[in-house]
Design a protein. Structure first.
Length: 349
């Protein structure tokens, strides 16, 4: 009789499938190959990825960012939608480094799960590669960790890491913002990747299903729409208009009320006027179904504005025109004023 206590054990017996991991790498390689660009010295598979800063930079400053997708992943699990959360992952990091004027150079991802599903992981990484391709940065490495007992079957977690470069003399940090400057906004594609704990609570209260109709689409499509990538049109605008673009805000966690003050110098305030820009239908629905206070909406969600830009008044129309021609929906939001005794961000109805 065989003694089970002494029978041979393998990694597969412990819950880790090495063959599945290798199959995933084979699926990823052609996706990553589409993102290659100048500076990449090594492809996937090494212990470390090598990248050479392009020689066109005279005084390059590296800008790094990291983020995840948050509880939007809970809906990805529940609704079995995994092909766009990778775009979210890339966008949350590359849009962050973009606001300092940085060109994203390369990206790395971390995918952790309890039991590796090659198809599911490939869908996620396919989204990551698509996000990199759309933002012009190379997917040059990452980590897939299969950790039995750490995550329920069918679930995973994601983290992403972006590195970009900007000329030292062209760093955008809001320090030149002055009273009289104009504030413009670029439309978001939806809720992006923020406020999803509240969104899920509202979905639960409303009892909606992803297949339920929402306008010309479905709730699943509208709520899971990936974060918009602003990299290429904004880098082109920065290249053309230079110092006239004084400050950029990626509207993420904290919404409009907490993100805009991060670039507005002390003593100044951004006054926004609800005119051209109104709450898009998704946010109207969230506010109505959740009975969410307007100030709470502005503090939690992007409310239809994924990027806010402070520009010199004399070039505002030219910058708006260029961004519109590049496919962005552009809003004239208001301007920068002396703060006085008021708040640093005021949104007037």
């Amino acid at each position: 009789m065989t003694n089970k206590q002494n029978s041979p054990l393998s990694y597969r017996d412990a819950g880790v499938d090495i063959d599945a991991g290798e199959a995933l790498v084979d699926r990823i390689k052609p996706l990553a190959a589409k993102t290659m660009r100048e500076g990449v010295l090594t492809g996937l598979g090494g212990f470390g990825a090598l990248f050479e800063v392009p020689k066109r930079y005279e005084e390059p400053v590296l800008v790094a960012g990291t983020d995840g997708v948050g509880t939007k992943l809970r809906l990805a699990f529940d609704w079995d939608r995994h092909d766009t959360v990778g775009i979210d992952l890339v966008a949350m990091s590359v849009n962050d480094i973009l606001v300092q004027g940085a060109e994203p150079l390369f990206f790395l991802d971390y995918f952790a799960c309890g039991v590796l599903s090659v198809d599911k992981a490939a869908a996620v990484v396919g989204g990551i590669a698509k996000g990199c391709e759309l933002s012009g940065c190379a997917l040059i490495g990452g980590e897939t960790a299969e950790m039995p007992g750490m995550y329920p079957e069918g679930e995973y977690d994601l983290a992403g890491f972006a590195v970009g470069a900007v000329e030292k003399s062209k760093i955008i940090n809001g320090s030149t913002i002055a009273a009289g400057d104009v504030v413009i906004g670029l439309a978001s594609s939806g809720a992006h990747s923020n406020g999803y704990s509240l969104i899920r609570k509202i979905i639960e209260r409303a009892g909606i299903k992803p297949s339920d109709r929402f306008g010309d689409s479905t709730f699943g499509d509208v709520i899971m729409a990936p974060t918009r990538l602003y990299v290429k049109p904004l880098l082109a605008a920065i290249e053309k208009h230079g110092a006239a673009i004084k400050g950029l805000v990626h509207v993420t966690g904290g919404g409009l009320l907490e993100n805009i003050p991060r670039i507005v110098p002390a003593g100044l305030a951004a006054h926004l006027q609800k005119g051209e820009w109104q709450l898009p239908p998704l946010f109207q629905w969230l506010q109505e179904q959740g009975n969410v206070d307007t100030q709470e909406m502005y503090r939690v969600f992007n409310c239809g504005l994924g990027m806010v830009i402070v520009v010199a008044a004399d070039e505002a129309e030219a910058i708006k025109a260029q961004l519109s021609e590049a496919g962005e929906t552009v809003y004239h939001l208001g301007g920068i004023v002396e703060q006085g005794d008021g708040a640093q961000v005021v949104i007037k109805e």
